[in-house]
Design a protein around this ligand. Structure first.
Ligand code: NAG
Length: 189
């Protein structure tokens, strides 16, 4: 027989589990601009890959099932795809990563979920893990994928291709270059 107190405890534990499950939050370290295909494509969007049809793919992010995930965005059409560690999907609403005079983005070789310095995180997953942006060459292109460090692979699933789990990949990192302060430049002479 279950006592009422036991049932209440179970409900509370269940509520706590739900509390931790629904918690994908955006990372605000970098500048992401809300976009869709009706808007002008930002000049300083960050190039990430090239898909099987030869279209450039830019780095984006989307929300899916309480997770923030990296996305691949075609500049010409706004066609946006992404994947979790299991499924591939399309999005119509997305944000684009943008660089500026002081912050630029680069891809560095990495492997096995190694935590690279200054790796760009899009935000957190439904399991409250940080989600990073990876890319790798597969399926006739270079595809932006989803990196959960704990799972040690770059997950890439594009359209009807099978899920790829790649242990040697590249990670997106940020580089901050402070702008020179004009008054000192003059004093050098
Ligand atoms: C560049 O972007 C970063 C954040 O991504 C911001 O902190 C910084 O102020 C920006 N710099 C300029 C010159 O707009």
């Amino acid at each position: 027989m279950y006592s009422p107190t036991k049932l209440i405890a179970c409900a509370l534990i269940f509520a706590q589990l739900l509390g931790t499950i629904y918690c994908g939050v955006y990372d605000n370290t970098d500048r992401w601009v809300v976009s869709d295909k009706t808007q002008n494509f930002p000049e300083n969007a960050v190039l990430g890959g090239i898909d099987s049809y030869g279209y450039d793919n830019y780095v984006g992010r989307i929300v899916y099932a309480s997770s923030i995930l990296p996305a691949r965005v075609r500049s010409e059409t706004g066609y946006t795809t992404y994947n979790t560690d299991t499924l591939a999907n399309q999005a119509t609403y997305y944000e684009l990563l943008v660089a500026n005079e002081t912050v630029s983005y680069h891809w560095v070789r990495s492997y096995d979920g190694f935590r690279e310095r200054n790796a760009v995180s899009v935000g957190t997953s439904a399991l409250n893990e940080r989600v990073y942006v990876c890319r790798a060459r597969t399926d006739g292109g270079i595809f932006i994928g989803t990196l959960y460090l704990a799972q040690k692979v770059c997950f890439i699933r594009y359209e009807n291709f099978p899920m790829r789990q790649i242990s040697k990949y590249e990670v997106l990192v940020r580089q901050v270059t402070p702008t020179a302060w004009a008054p000192f430049v003059n004093q050098i002479n």
